[in-house]
Each structure stands twice: as C-alpha cells, then as structure tokens.
Ligand binder design. Sequence first.
Ligand code: FAD
Length: 358
Amino acid sequence: MRVCILGSGLSALTLANAMVNENICVDILLSQKKHIINKSRTIGISKSNFDFFNQNIINIEKIIWKIKKIEIFTENFNGEKILNFGSSSDQLFSTVKNINLYDVLHKNLKSKKNQKKIKFNKKLSNIKNYDLVINTDYSNSLTKKFFNKRIVKTYNSFAYSTIINHQEIKNDVAMQIFTKKGPLAFLPISKNYTSIVYSVHNSKNQIQESIIDLIKYYNTKYKIKKITDFENFELKSFFLRSYYNKNILAFGDLLHRIHPLAGQGFNMTIRDVKILTEIIREKLSLGLPIDHSVNKQFEKKIKHKNYIFSNGIELIHEFFNFERKFNNPFLSQSVQLIGKNRSVNKFFTKIADEGLIF
Ligand SMILES: Cc1cc2nc3c(=O)[nH]c(=O)nc-3n(C[C@H](O)[C@H](O)[C@H](O)COP(=O)(O)OP(=O)(O)OC[C@H]3O[C@@H](n4cnc5c(N)ncnc54)[C@H](O)[C@@H]3O)c2cc1C
C-alpha cells in the first residue's frame, strides 16, 4: 500500500511522519511553488496535542517553550484583565517556532528514506498508482478541480508577525489584548524572546513603524531590546464544502483555515491527523483496503466538529469586533463575570485543549 501526500507545509510533513510511524509507505510530492517558512512565526500547541505529537509523530520536547497561563485584556475595559486561563500543571500549552518544527519533521522524514518508507518526488507520476492521495497544496490542479467550493470569509484585516528580543524574565504567561485596531497576542518562546501576532483592521500597506509604535504602546511587560522584521499577510478564513473526491482527500489549511486569534488552526490539523491515523490503523488491523472509504469515514467523523469549532472561533472574533465598535465596557464586564465561574472557565480551557469532545 502506498499513500501520496501533496504539499510541503507543516500539515503535509506532520501527516507524513504520522503515516510512516504506522508503517505506511508515503510519497511526498513537493509543491511546485517553493515553500517559504516564515521565520517570525510561532505556533501554540495545546497540551493534549503536544502529548499526541510526542507519542505518535515525533518528540518535540526540545524545541518547545511551556506556557502556564493566558491572560486576556480588552482596551475598552481600561486595559483590565477580563479572562484568565491557567493550568494546574506547568503547561497549559506550548509554543514552537514554525521553522524549528518544520526542520525537525523534515529531518526525521529524510532519515527514513533509506528504509524506503518515504520518497520525495517533484512530479506527480500517476495518481491512480496510489491507494490514497492527501492534498495540502493550494496551488495544484487537483485543488482547482475538486476543492474550489468553500465558505470564505475575509476580515479586512492584515496579520503582522514579529519576534521581540527583551530582557530576561520568567516568561510563562501569554497575553492577548483586544485593542481598538484588532487582537494583539504576545506569545513567549523563551526567557528573552516573545513572538507577536497583531491582526490589524483596515491596515493594507500599513508601515512597519506604525505597527512598532502600537506594539510599544500596548506593551507593559517587556523591556524590548530589538524587534525583528515583520511578515504580514491578509487574513481569511474558509471551510471546504466537501472534504474529498473519491480517493483524494484535502487536508491541513486547505480544508479549514481560521482566524489566528485563538491559535487553533494547526491544532485542528493535529486533531485531524489523530482521527485519520486511527481510521487507517483500524482498517489495517481488520485487513480492510485503504481506499476512498477512509475519506468518507474521515469526513463523517470530523467535518461537523471542525465546522462547529471554526464557527466558535468566528463567534469570538465577532464578539470582540462588536465590543470594539460598541465602545462600552458592559460586554467585557459580562465576560469577566462569566469567566470567573470555575466550571465555565474549565469547560472553555478543555475545548481549547482537546477540541470538541462529543
Ligand atoms: C499569524 C498566524 C498565527 C498562527 N498561530 C497559530 C497557533 O498559535 N496555533 C495554531 O494551531 N495555528 C496557528 N496558525 C495556523 C497555522 O499556522 C496553520 O494552520 C499552519 O501553518 C498550516 O500549515 P499547512 O501546511 O496546512 O499550510 P501551508 O501550506 O503552510 O500554508 C498555509 C498558509 O496560509 C497562511 N495562513 C494560515 N492561516 C491564515 C489565515 N487565517 N489568513 C491568512 N493566511 C493564513 C499561512 O501563513 C501559510 O502561508 C497561525 C496562523 C497565522 C496566520
């Protein structure tokens, strides 16, 4: 049995590692466009996804930074904290630099080349040679042909990401501030480095200096020494209407892309990897073929959960967007009150950690 994975991003490499660990032979077809991994980007990985990654994909303990708490503020509420999520252990979630995760995943796959479990190809020979084709690549002809029907949302916002170098502190608390211009996240990645993602409304062609000024204005915690160059891109979310066409399955951000405000995009993909490998493992153990039925089962199992989850993120975005325009502390006061309820707080922490558990 041979599976083909199309694409060279984090989703493709993560899934390829998971499949090889299941003793499945994988051909990776690298994207036609050179894959550029953003140097200033980090990913927050939830605790349960981190555990799954270590056990089933590859051990990433050495490249992550543990976060104990997240604090949420809103500018409308005099900069007061409105929510606070913590963990009884020392790890609510972890952060990792995209580039470091990419390198570890890529290196591990390369080391398996000699065992003939993995082949890196530049051209797709014949899709019919494969039992299953998993597509994470936006730019290929299969995407244009089969995966173009999607529910799309544009935010009229740009995300700016950078890394600041600052004086050493304990740095195990992440922070999100809902500013008048959009959500600003501070994600610690070591004692003296913190990654920043600022999703700014109506900010096409915003000059870097003005974003730096805004970051300095809202930063009350770090004594900044240096700010690296920014990367920016237009924010969009979308959701594919159909997950597969026969034996070809869409995967990763091609399947569902969400606003980065809750740091959940890649976490959704890790949960997808878990479900997909479970389905394949079960079929193999029963001696059943790995074919289009895997895709059908996968869609049935996860599509509705991903849809509800994406809409939940959308709701958070709309709520704070409304609150920003409304310019009244009443909404924040209500959220603060609800967030103080321990059961409610625990419920939301669990969903952010494990996704929808029903
Ligand atoms: C600023 C930012 C911060 C993020 N932080 C987290 C996080 O903390 N935790 C987490 O689980 N996931 C996060 N994500 C999502 C995560 O980066 C993607 O899910 C993952 O990189 C997709 O890999 P891929 O191989 O499927 O796609 P790729 O082939 O790597 O392509 C995905 C492309 O889409 C871009 N992209 C992703 N989401 C959006 C969006 N909403 N609007 C516009 N472009 C987008 C990426 O920058 C990349 O260029 C973040 C995304 C962005 C844009």
